[in-house]
Design a protein. Structure first.
Ligand code: NDP
Length: 449
């Protein structure tokens, strides 16, 4: 029976590859989920009859558009914009916008696919989608960023709405970009529809703890994985890749819970500070001055900067990849394991390659996949939507408590599901299966749409 199912799943995967040529990240994300689903199709044969996998792998809608804008010299620039609305059976499409030169359809589809199961795992009423552009915000002036965001929203607005599709930030899109996007949406529609975007500034409809939520949430998830193994973060040496939104607040929560974070990075290099990272300095450099992480060592002479260095070679007990997809490969995983790493929680989306994931699972270390571990961001976005709908604003402590409870719930769901389906401790299976079942059941209930 299981061989027949495995063959069927392999056939479905090959069909996805054929139908979506060249979209390697999308293939990778689909394969990773499908590999967990054999026992699910045995338990729920109706998912096969309803062709749930085939339908889930075909986004409901894919929007690609031209984004023309003028730079500060008056030159016309053209970028490409995307919004992929993957699945809306659980609620309006929800997922961030990424502005990065590497963005193309395959990246947005992989992110939207992951997002669908992640959102289901949160238990909140949100569907899955993702968007973005190959626009590179690095080195652009505020005016250029504003003109780009206005042009992007001038096309995208018609596909959005608080009950339709609610974007947020991701790589290259923070509160500044969300502000310009929201301003243009408001201007075009003549509606102050707060719930159409999340990650807004606190003065104009944003939620407290949203900025911190993805990083904090990843550490809450990590803490749960350690707890069930009778361990804690206190005194553990930690490393975090990236120095953006997710990385900064992962470092903050790790430090609050007693971890010693000794290294982080950006796409140019890494900083290693054996005394423990000075987070206030990193925030000043990255959030206020928008500088490179390299500048850290001008202020902290004992620390070292390694251009193009490999972060994963730094010995640690806890590692959090919080930068981008496929940043941690099989060799990196082997190095981490050899150096005594006990736990890895993915703050980024799909940062570990399939070889890396296999190595972690084989070694039996605690491994929290992004779908589960970084779901705190979107969960808090859903809390922002709740506050917008009720014209309310909760305080930080209340929101953080809710976030913590949500992450504990996600951990428990993944943990129990992994056990139920015969792979105890395997959070990859737990997350894929629990997320998939929730979406699949709703798809069956809503009929062929
Ligand atoms: P930011 O843009 O704030 O930061 C991204 C960080 O990662 C920067 O330090 C950046 O370095 C580095 N980085 C980006 N691309 C690359 C690359 N190709 N190679 C090496 N380093 C890179 O983004 P976020 O912190 O918001 O997002 C980080 C990850 O977390 C992404 O995978 C995102 O999808 C995921 N995520 C984010 C959520 C959120 O709420 N923001 C929610 C859930 C997941 P540099 O400045 O040099 O480019």
């Amino acid at each position: 029976m299981s061989e027949i199912i495995d063959e069927k799943i392999e056939g479905l995967f090959q069909a996805v590859v054929k139908r979506n040529p060249g979209e390697v990240e999308f293939h990778q994300a689909v394969r990773e989920v499908l590999e967990s689903l054999g026992p699910v199709l045995v338990k729920y044969p109706e998912f096969g009859e309803h062709k749930i996998i085939e339908r889930i792998c075909e986004p409901e809608r894919q929007i690609i558009f031209r984004v023309p804008w003028q730079d500060d010299r008056g030159q016309v620039q053209i970028n490409r914009g995307f919004r992929v609305q993957v699945n809306s059976v659980l609620g309006p499409y929800k997922g961030g916008l990424r502005f990065h030169p590497s963005v193309y359809l395959g990246i947005i589809k992989f992110l939207g696919f992951e997002q669908t199961f992640k959102n289901a795992l949160t238990g909140m009423p949100i569907g899955g989608g993702k968007g973005g552009s190959d626009f590179d915000p690095k080195g652009k002036s505020d005016s250029e960023i504003m003109r780009f965001c206005q042009s992007f929203m001038t096309e995208l607005y018609q596909h959005l709405g608080e009950y339709t599709d609610v974007p947020a930030g991701d790589i290259g899109v923070g509160a500044r970009e969300i502000g310009y996007l929201f301003g243009q949406y408001k201007r075009i529609t003549n509606r102050y529809e707060s719930g159409v975007l999340t990650g807004k500034g606190l003065d104009w409809g944003g939620a407290r703890a949203r900025k911190e939520a993805t990083g904090y949430g990843a550490v809450f998830f990590l803490n749960e994985m350690l707890r069930v193994r009778g361990q804690s973060l206190a005194g553990k040496t930690c490393i975090v890749s990236g120095a953006g939104n997710v990385a900064i607040y992962a470092i903050e929560k790790l430090q609050q819970l007693g971890g010693k974070v000794v290294a982080c990075s950006d796409s140019n290099g890494l900083i290693h500070d054996k005394k423990g990272l000075d987070l206030a300095l990193i925030k000043q450099l990255k959030e206020v001055e928008r500088r490179r992480i390299e500048d850290y060592v001008f202020h902290r002479k004992h620390a070292r900067y390694v251009a193009k260095g490999n972060l994963w070679e730094i010995p640690c007990e806890v590692a959090l990849p919080c930068a981008t997809q496929n940043e941690l490969n099989g060799k990196d995983a082997a190095k981490l394991i050899k150096n005594g790493c006990l736990a890895v929680a993915e703050g980024a989306n799909m940062p570990t390659t399939p070889e890396g994931v296999r190595a972690f699972l084989k070694a039996g270390i605690a491994f929290g996949p992004g779908k589960a571990a970084n779901a705190g961001g979107v969960a808090t976005s859903a809390l922002e939507m709740q506050q917008n709908a009720s014209r309310d604003a909760w305080d930080f402590e209340f929101t953080e408590k809710k976030l913590s409870a949500i992450m504990t719930g996600i951990h428990q769901r993944c943990y129990e599901t992994a056990e139920e389906f015969g792979t105890p401790g395997n959070y990859v299976n737990g997350a894929n299966i629990a997320g998939f079942i929730k979406v699949a059941k709703a798809m069956v209930a809503l009929g062929l749409i």
